[in-house]
Design a binder for this molecule. Structure first.
Ligand code: KIV
Ligand code: ZN
Length: 504
């Protein structure tokens, strides 16, 4: 069996999803979960991009103990120096240097000749090798690069000391037959005394990111890059959970194995969905809510007789919990702590006390507290610890056939309270107008989604919003969970507004 390494770029390419901004604490939390999931290499970020990115890469390097930690760098010495600084304390550091090699990128974006590009690869991979044992080189837009020039670029990187070659399908243009053949061509043509790891990096513009990654593996790639839930630039990256399951379920075909701990898959997906604000579609492979639901009578009958009739993956294999032990009003501290541990949380004493207090308040309103409720509760608590402004109160006056009015108050880190009141055509609009007044911003609400967090009449509402800020031309997302739809809506908007003001 060949061993396939998993390289996760949720915190770098994944964070390039419009509106997704993880803060350092969230990034470390995701990194630790990725480590539990069995990821081999984490691309923690692009340290030169901003001081925040640098701090996050450094914090991840200082917190993970088993994964290799990678940082991204353009072919520029200042980028490489910054990655070195950020990864100084990593147990196993790796640098990822990239430069575009397709004609369109070289001519219009880089304004460099092919010879300039080869010289730059040589210079910067050599420079990176002074600091790093493990150097990965990516010829950006490889799948649209003229094949012989791509081979030259890859050979130049190998000669300069790169031992990991990543072949990005940057714009999601390739297809499995073509992308697989590209790996076969490069792997058979390169010359190297050292063992070279070939890696796939695919985008999903034509819906082929997972199929392309698997084709690369079939043709000799020993590493796959991607992101949890397939998040990322435009249509996203290869969804790593799909590749992990395809290799596991179709071992008979691929003859490959990995270190991915399959029953940590759902937990990893839930965490990334909650912290990124990007909901997982219900019909999404492996992790969607409907992935294990059987609706038609014929299917239900078959599954009852033998699950294998219509189920190739059992929900428990990927950690889809059956909520076997929901908590309730009478659950004590011990049951609560064991549940948190089972869900993968490691809280300090103070955090655990605060979480238990919140749990008791929730249990007074809701009969059964499910895993989803707990994950949302902890996300709320965590968010309040790091956000500058918190929602304090919302009051709404509703008049049928008229304008609605809302009074909203928020508190800052010093517990100073600010209050604003506004009207709107609907209650939510009135609340959002008041929050805009408090934050002194006028973003555009481009997306508003609401769904029940769990099943049952006493389910909490989960609201996700996206705000577009004209000034920075960026999107900001927020999630709010509460029994009351208006309160959940206000929480989500305050969260997105906190992200927005951080940017200004
Ligand atoms: O898609 C891409 O080309 C990238 C590179 C930076 C590897 O993300
Ligand atoms: Zn990419």
């Amino acid at each position: 069996m060949r061993q396939i390494q998993f390289f996760d770029t949720t915190l770098r390419d994944g964070e390039q999803t419009p509106g997704v901004n993880f803060n350092t604490k969230e990034k470390v939390q995701i990194a630790l979960q990725l480590e539990k999931w069995g990821i081999n290499v984490i691309e923690a970020g692009f340290p030169i991009a901003s001081p925040g990115d640098f701090e996050a890469v450094k914090a991840i390097a200082e917190n993970v103990t088993q994964m290799t930690v990678a940082g991204l760098a353009r072919c520029q010495k200042k980028d490489i120096d910054r990655v070195y600084e950020a990864l100084k304390n990593a147990v196993d550091p790796q640098i990822h240097v990239f430069l575009a090699t397709s004609e369109v990128h070289m001519k219009y974006k880089l304004k460099m000749t092919p010879d300039d590009v080869l010289a730059s690869i040589k210079e910067h991979v050599t420079y990176a090798r002074n600091y790093f044992e493990k150097v990965q080189f990516s010829p950006e837009d490889a799948s649209r690069t003229e094949k012989d020039f791509l081979l030259k670029a890859v050979q130049t990187a190998i000669d300069a000391g790169a031992t990991i070659i990543n072949i990005p399908d940057t714009v999601g243009y390739s297809n499995p037959a073509e992308y697989g053949a590209l790996f076969k061509f490069l792997i058979t043509q390169i010359k190297s005394e050292k063992e070279i790891i070939f890696s796939s990096h695919c985008h999903d513009d034509l819906g082929m990111a997972t199929a392309n990654a698997l084709a690369a593996i079939e043709n000799g790639a020993n590493r796959v890059e991607g992101a949890v839930n397939g998040i990322g630039e435009r249509a996203g990256n290869t969804a790593l959970e799909e590749v992990a399951l395809a290799l596991a379920i179709r071992k008979d075909f691929y003859h490959c194995q990995s270190t991915i701990v399959l029953n940590e898959t759902k937990r990893t997906s839930d965490l990334v969905s909650r912290l990124s604000g990007i909901a997982v579609p219900k019909n999404k492979a492996i992790i969607g809510d409907n992935a294990y639901a059987h609706e038609s009578g014929i299917h239900q009958d078959g599954v009852l007789k033998n699950p294998e009739t219509y189920e190739i993956i059992t929900p428990t294999l990927v950690g889809v919990s059956q909520n076997s032990l929901p908590l309730g009003k009478l659950s004590g501290r011990h049951a609560f702590s064991s549940k948190l541990e089972e869900l993968g949380y490691q809280l300090t004493d103070d955090e655990s006390k605060e979480a238990f207090k919140r749990f008791k308040i929730l249990a007074d309103k809701k009969k059964q507290i499910t895993d989803n409720d707990l994950v949302a509760l902890l996300a709320d608590q965590h968010r309040e610890e790091i956000e500058k402004y918190r929602l304090a109160d919302v009051q709404v006056q509703y008049i049928s056939n008229g304008y609605q009015s809302a009074i909203v108050s928020i508190t800052d880190e010093d517990n100073q309270i600010k209050v604003a009141s506004k009207i709107g055509s609907g209650s939510i609009q009135a609340i959002y107008n008041a929050i805009d007044e408090l934050f002194q911003q006028r973003p555009k609400l481009t997306d508003y989604e609401i769904q029940a967090l769990t099943s049952g009449e006493d389910a909490q509402a989960e609201v996700r919003v996206t705000l577009h800020d004209e000034k920075s031309k960026q999107d900001f997302r927020g999630i709010g969970v509460d029994f009351d739809v208006l309160h959940a809506s206000a929480k989500a908007y305050v969260q997105a507004s906190n992200h927005l003001i951080q940017e200004h």
